[in-house]
Design a protein around this ligand. Sequence first.
Ligand SMILES: [Zn+2]
Length: 377
Amino acid sequence: MFVPPFCPYAACAAHIRPPRSAWWAHAGHHSTKAFGRVNRFRCAVCGRTFSTQTFSVDYYCKRVIAYIRLERLSASAMSIRALGREYKASCATITNRIDRLSRQGVALHTSLRKEAGQGEALCFDGLVSFERSQDFPADIGISITAHSRFVLGLSHATTRRSGRLRPGQKKRQERRYSSATFEKRAIQRSFSDHLDMLHRDWATSTTRPLVLITDEKPDYARALRRHPLYLSQSAERRCAHVQIPSTAPRVFANPLFASNYYEREVRKDQAQHHRETCCFARNAANDMNRLYAYLVWHNYSKRYSIKGPVHKTATHAEVAGMAASAIRAARVTMFGERAFLSRLKLLPIDECIWKKTVHQAWSGGRGRVKLPNYAVA
Ligand SMILES: [Zn+2]
């Protein structure tokens, strides 16, 4: 029998820590086409009602789409429209389910992230792609552990297009830029978001300093020199910055190999980031949600070594030091039990993915995405 774990309303006293005594009572049921009979409950503390579906990842859905398969197909270079054809569903339905996957993934990844890769060096690099138009290049910041290649976080920065343009392209760009709002020092802020995450979650010691490997972009050095992670160093908490020229060969011996490897994976596995393609992201927030769903699949489901023997099925998270049983349990929860934003303590780097507040230069800074109430509860 289903037992409500807590009251789903954030303002209720039974939301974070429900009382030990009976705080809920049955309140009838209703029938649905997708889920059959759905039992309802009433909270004795706030008096509001909810149902079994309130705690399901499919809350408010009218059709069931299996998330495990959707995650795998989305991580195998299928575009939104291709997925829509596969499931005989609209692009909006597919985007909605990937949003849910991504939010569930944020909840899983933020709870497990600090257990992985402690002691390894970290690589950081920006994957340059574009959204909406090539006039709006996106620099997607990715931090990844150097050995286990466990991705820690994603951030987003929109930059101005550089390089030579034909007169027609220049005119079109000027027209677009006249109504656009660009974020100042976006790449510096993007890197700082990762430093905030490391400052909170990354343990260092005298024998295990934090080693950050990046290319020679001055924005990275500038952001690090001003960040508390660097300024508050002590004998126990040291950090070192290693800069590698971006012209260095992209071989295994390159200290930035993990970043180069992950960029290659994203380029081949995410349809909107293939090179020279007519398939591109129209919306920065949706793009980041898809990339976050891909990050979770990569860390917790994809084999670490593709060329290894078939019996070696360890994932990147396991190589980074996590127990396989803990990952399995977290993945079962991720695909079934709805995560509540009000019960999580997210850093800005993860919260902007969940709330879809990624800066969109072409629409005055804010995306036009309106989140449903259940997503921000
Ligand atoms: Zn309540």
